[in-house]
Every structure is written in structure tokens, then in C-alpha cells.
Design a protein around this ligand. Structure first.
Ligand SMILES: Nc1ncnc2c1ncn2[C@@H]1O[C@H](COP(=O)(O)OP(=O)(O)O)[C@@H](O)[C@H]1O
Ligand SMILES: [Mg+2]
Length: 334
């Protein structure tokens, strides 16, 4: 297999590996049109469930724009970089390549001032998982900068708005919005088939097997690709044959979600890890009890809202599960 990365659910694929999403890609490309004349586009908002190609589409569109026009870009995943200062530092550092930004010695206001210089030069900042930002005012701070446009990605619009002050809401949340739907079974099957073709493994998986994986992936390409990878790995480790059996597909379907879960678990930062450990120790546990326990353990405790949004994201990533609603809401490890 020449390119094992083609079976990684994290890959930002080349455009010829992308099937479907051409409408969304075109919409984004069109929204970026002003950049070709040296102007900043309106902000852009991408919404949709997990694994429907939001990150992929945004990054491909921005990469292509960079080939065609003079524009600086930055990509930040706010699930990892959720604090204002970290975010501003990362964005400034990426946008102002060539200039040295010393994280310790350059003051925050200086970073922001640097971003205001050169108003003729468009800049695009992708804020992925934007609902995870600790303080959404930072969106306003960025938006205010001349020639700077935001591409905000979130699962749901409510997540973007949650905890947002009025000013940010009225100024920042103006622009084009694109909704991404779940993939259908046959769409997922064609995404998988394309990868297998590129790997020159075309007879190894049958059309029915692609469909089988597609139908058990809940509309999520990340689950589908992971399932395919597990099935291919199973076939490779069975000596004497390379084609994938139905049994291997069935086992891969069973394992995929858990494999993804463990990968996500591995990548939690200290704060998220602490929340996970509390759920593990105290399950089933209410959000209020998690907060109390967390405040005891943490030196500089984060706000209730930050904790709530991180718990929500951990549920989306299948790291923990949520049972019940409102007053009766409880979190469990599995
Ligand atoms: N239309 C598509 N064609 C090819 N690969 C896709 C497509 N949509 C998603 N993928 C792949 O699925 C994985 C998840 O997509 P991603 O853009 O990260 O989803 P989201 O950001 O919506 O959660 C990535 O590896 C991506 O390359
Ligand atoms: Mg994404």
C-alpha cells in the first residue's frame, strides 16, 4: 500500500479524492471572490454534524485561494486552542510569517496591533470547532481588524452563539452560512471507493461491502474511513489473502467507534483529561457535581460554561456519554 494516509480519518485529501461537496466548495470559493481583487470577504459560517467534510472543505478552499491570490491564512482548532491569548498568539504567528513574534516578550496589545497593520492585505482565519472558545469576545477582536475575515466552523449555530455577548453577535455573525448534511450510505460508499482506487486495491472490497460500511457509519465519513481501515488491516494481517471478508467488515463496524474514541482520548489536554477523570471516578455524575469536583482540583478553575461546552464536545467525540436531560443530566464514561 503506497499511501496508508489515505485511510486516515484526519487526512485533508487532494481535491481529486473529494467526492460530493462540490456545491459547498463552490459556495466557499465564491464567497472568497473579493480576495482576488485584494478585498476581504464577508465572514463565513459552516455548520453540520461530525464527519461531514466541514474541515476538509474549508481547508481545501483556503489552500486553493492561497495558490491564486495574495492572502495570508491561519487555521486554528478551538478544541485545542480555546483560550483567548493562545488563540491570538497562534493566529498572529501564522498570519505574520516572516515577522518574529515572541510569545513572552511581545505584549498582547502588540500582537493585536501587528494584525491591524497593512490593511490592504486580506487575511483569512479558519476557526474550527469555534463553539469551544472560552470567551467569544475574541471573535470581535479579530473581526475588527482591517481586511481580516473569519471562517467559523461548528456543529450547530446554538453552539456558536452560546455565551456570546450582544456586540459580537451583531457585528461578527453576519455573512454567508453553509449547512452540511449527513452523508447518505451511497455517498459514503463512493468516498471509500475513491480511496481504495487510489490505493490500487480495487478488487479487495466489493461494492456491497462499501455500502455495508456506509450504512453503519451514521452519515459520518470519519467513522466510515476508520471502519474501512480496520477491515483492510484485518485482511492484511491474515496470511494468504488480501481481500476483505464480510466477517472482517462486521468486526470493523463493531470496533470503529471505539477505536476513534481511544484516539480522541489520547489527544485530550490536561484540562479535558481532568474532566474525563472526574466522570470516570464519579459516573453517573451531574454537570453540577463535575463542576464542584473540578473547582476543588483546579488551581485556576475555568467557568461553568467552558466546562459545559467541553463536556458537550467530549460527547460528540464519543469519549463520554450523556444520559437524561436538563435537571437529570448525567455523564458516564461509556
Ligand atoms: N466528500 C468527501 N470526499 C472525500 N473525503 C471526505 C469527504 N468528506 C469527508 N471526507 C474525509 O472524512 C474525514 C472527516 O472529514 P472532516 O472534514 O474532518 O469532517 P468534519 O469537519 O465535518 O467533522 C476526513 O478525513 C476527510 O478527508
Ligand atoms: Mg472538523
Amino acid at each position: 500500500m503506497l499511501r496508508p494516509d489515505l485511510l486516515s480519518h484526519d487526512l485533508i485529501p487532494e481535491r481529486d479524492l473529494v467526492v460530493h461537496r462540490s456545491d459547498e466548495l463552490n459556495e466557499i470559493t465564491q464567497a472568497f471572490d473579493p480576495v482576488l481583487d485584494g478585498r476581504a470577504p464577508m465572514n463565513l459560517f459552516l455548520f453540520g454534524p461530525s464527519g461531514v467534510g466541514k474541515t476538509m472543505t474549508a481547508r481545501i478552499a483556503v489552500d486553493e485561494l492561497e495558490q491564486e491570490a495574495a492572502v495570508s491564512t491561519s487555521y486554528v482548532n478551538c478544541w485545542e486552542t480555546y483560550e483567548r491569548n493562545d488563540l491570538l498568539y497562534t493566529v498572529t504567528d501564522e498570519l505574520l510569517t516572516g515577522e518574529t513574534i515572541h510569545r513572552q516578550s511581545t505584549s498582547r496589545t502588540e500582537w493585536l496591533e501587528k494584525l491591524g497593520a497593512d490593511p490592504q492585505h486580506p487575511r483569512i482565519v479558519i476557526l474550527d470547532e469555534v463553539d469551544q472558545l472560552e470567551d467569544k469576545k475574541v471573535l470581535y477582536e479579530l473581526h475588527e481588524k482591517p481586511a481580516l475575515s473569519l471562517v467559523c466552523i461548528a456543529n450547530r449555530e446554538e453552539g456558536l452563539f452560546s455565551g456570546m455577548d450582544k456586540r459580537t453577535r451583531s457585528r461578527v455573525v453576519i455573512g454567508n452560512r453553509i449547512e452540511f448534511d449527513d452523508y447518505s450510505t451511497s455517498q459514503l460508499a463512493s468516498i471509500l471507493k475513491k480511496r481504495i482506487e487510489q490505493l490500487s486495491l480495487i478488487n479487495v472490497v466489493s461494492d456491497r461491502q462499501f455500502e455495508r460500511i456506509g450504512s453503519s457509519s451514521n452519515g459520518d465519513a470519519r467513522i466510515a474511513i476508520t471502519t474501512l481501515r480496520l477491515a483492510i488491516e484485518a485482511a492484511r494481517s491474515t496470511s494468504g489473502r488480501t481481500d476483505v471478508t464480510n466477517q472482517m467488515i462486521a468486526e470493523a463496524v463493531d470496533q470503529a467507534e471505539n477505536v476513534l474514541r481511544l484516539e480522541h482520548l489520547d489527544r485530550l489536554n490536561d484540562f479535558q483529561q481532568t474532566l474525563y477523570e472526574i466522570v470516570e471516578d464519579r459516573e453517573p455524575v451531574s454537570p453540577g457535581d463535575i463542576y464542584d469536583e473540578y473547582s476543588e482540583r483546579a488551581v485556576n478553575p475555568k467557568t461553568k460554561r467552558t466546562i459545559r461546552s467541553h463536556l458537550g464536545k467530549m460527547v460528540q467525540y464519543h469519549i463520554i456519554v450523556e444520559r437524561g436531560s436538563s435537571q437529570k443530566k448525567r455523564y458516564l464514561v461509556r
